[in-house]
Design a protein around this ligand. Structure first.
Ligand code: SIN
Length: 300
């Protein structure tokens, strides 16, 4: 069988599949169904300097071809993650990508400072793209100079590689990706959710507005990966509506080094293990020695 192993920012991952931030709890919750070491890497729920309570309910809404969430970045805080949850990943030898955010530039900086430079910490994934908070996050992510400045400010305080997670809600994602790269980002996650809303015709109100994810987002995410691959010389993690191995292959061929799976897990908690075995089967059927070789092949 060909190898699913990939190199991401100098770390060897056993396969290119990881969860999208916030879609797999703190990792231990999935253990009754499958082991966390199945994944190439685990991505944390977005962590902040201090714990955060998030938004009121309803927080998730099923759509015809996707899902809308408005969690509001609820999390235990970076210190609690490293004292209570990180030892589980160390015990299992599972690489971790630490997704994090701030409500201000200072909060991004102080959160990043608290993340240790441990051999299992692959990178900091900087959320510049959450649509569910009034300030911070997306307000940085939509403006190229702001992205450049905040990435550079974080770059100065940590030796840990930085991956910028970008919003699709911009005119030119290549310009934003380039700003992140020039600010010091070592990688990109493309893309986060798209702002969306729900109307309940019975109560005649808007029960939820938040981020749209799932299959409806896939072509937009693929286009972002495809367009950034040749223009920005850092590895890309593809995310957005990946439901099966075929979808994952599309992202890899468009230029992604690895993929994040989110909404699919809500429809089928075994989606990620199935995607990993599907990629292995594809390698065999196509007589391909390694999955790393297919990154970007759709560019000819
Ligand atoms: C949330 O917690 O509201 C979702 C996080 C995100 O979309 O970045």
């Amino acid at each position: 069988m060909g190898t699913l192993a990939v190199d991401l920012l100098g770390k060897a991952l056993k396969n290119p599949v990881m969860n999208a931030s916030g879609t797999l709890g703190y990792g231990i919750e999935i253990e009754p169904l499958w082991n966390i070491e199945t994944l190439g890497a685990y991505v944390t729920k977005g962590l902040s300097e201090k714990p955060h309570h998030g938004n009121k309910t309803p927080r998730v809404w099923e759509e015809r071809h996707g899902m809308i969430n408005s969690i509001g970045l609820q999390n235990v805080g970076v210190d609690d993650f490293f004292s209570h949850y990180f030892p589980f990943f160390v015990e299992r030898k599972v690489p971790v990508i630490v997704n994090f955010f701030g409500f201000s530039e200072d909060e991004y900086i102080s959160c990043a400072r608290k993340v240790p430079s441990h051999h299992l910490v692959v990178a900091l994934e900087m959320n510049l793209s959450c649509p569910n908070i009034k300030k911070g996050g997306i307000s940085f992510g939509k403006d190229a100079p702001a992205v450049h400045n905040i990435v550079r400010a974080v770059r100065e305080v940590t030796p840990v590689p930085i991956i910028a997670k970008l919003t699709p809600e911009v005119k030119n994602i290549v310009e934003i990706a380039r700003a992140a790269y020039e600010g010091g980002a070592d990688g990109l996650t493309l893309i986060n959710t798209m702002p969306a809303a729900v109307i309940d015709t019975r109560s005649r109100n808007m029960p939820l507005k938040g981020g749209l994810s799932g299959p409806i987002l896939k072509p937009i995410a693929l286009r972002a990966v495809y367009d950034c691959y040749k223009e920005v010389p850092i590895p890309i993690i593809g995310a957005g509506g990946i439901m099966d191995a075929e979808d994952a292959l599309e992202f890899l061929m468009a230029g992604a080094r690895a993929v994040e799976v989110g909404t699919a897990t809500f429809a089928d908690p075994f989606a990620m293990p199935k995607i990993i075995s599907g990629l292995g089967e594809w390698l065999d059927e196509n007589n391909c020695a390694g999955i790393a070789a297919i990154t970007g092949i759709a560019h000819g």
